[in-house]
Design a protein around this ligand. Sequence first.
Ligand code: SF4
Length: 371
Amino acid sequence: MTTNRGLYIHIPFCIRKCAYCDFFSVALDTELASRYIEEVCNELSLLMAAYPDTVIDTVYLGGGTPSVLPQSLLERLIAHIYKCAHVEIKEFSIEVNPCSSDKLSFYPSLGINRVSIGVQALQAGILKAIGRLHTPQEALDALSRAARLFPDVSADIMLGLPMQTVRDVEETLKHILPYVTHVSQYMLKLSESVPMGIAVKEKRMILPDDDLTADMYDAGSSIMQQYAFERYEISNFARNKRDCMHNLKYWNRQEYIGLGAAAHSFIKGVRYENPSDMNAYLNGEHLGNGLAGKTDISVKDALFEYIMLKLRLEEGFEVAEINHLFHIDFNEKYKEEIGALIELLDFNNGRIRIKKEKMLLESYVAKKFLK
Ligand code: SF4
């Protein structure tokens, strides 16, 4: 019997660190990148031997900045995927930064059929303040080239940035929507240890407050609706149902294998996490028993994960499914919680979801089910 699994590969190289970013990444160094890709290939071989039932149906190259990888290294990596894994790939995505988008036209020949471009905003002052290296025009050029090359093009934008207004968000979306099939609209979340987090703490930088950021979210959602984009997850919108199949695996608790430093895996109900450290990764500390950083998930945790992840989705979840998977009577078990949240939840056709206009309260709602 085979199991479909997504494949995530973390490419932890960037030209320069953005001021808000706490993803694991280091400065690009071609020799280091070459050693890294070899280790990722080793890791893939090991995992395919450990889980021979795997059929890879989605691939996602994320980072970091996968688009800074030299062409030869990307070829080496993808050739290895096809060589050592059983693949039936329906979706193959790569994240692209506008300032390293020169290889876009090469990707389709490698089987890549979806690009996700980090636009963030189209106001030069905002891009500069958050430490992005590209201009608004470079982002638009990358989108327009991508639209001619790929069936699926996604753009990331961010809300709650310094100096950003509701109007800026609307303008940004109006310019990018003609080129894309998918948008991820994220609210800025700052760690206190990154340069922007420190600047905010020291009051050298002021960010829009939560109410204004929520207004940006609503304005962005409404513009996208006008352009026939439908929300399928709190931060994700797609036209013609071009939802990201790979990311849906995360919210649906389906299995995926993560390769590379800081990558996570979810296999047979167990979560794993590779070290967020280049030397530790290159020294093979992820190799342990086939996978490192193992966390067994108790049934109680799995139930909470299921509720929390599914409530992020516009479609919520089916009560019959959760009852079947966890051997519970959901309505009985959570009678009090459901009563307390009645104003925020929708019940329809045996499904429970958060009311459309209350989606931003998802983490508050989910926490109520933690017991
Ligand atoms: S390009 Fe992406 S991963 Fe790299 S520093 Fe900027 S936000 Fe972080």
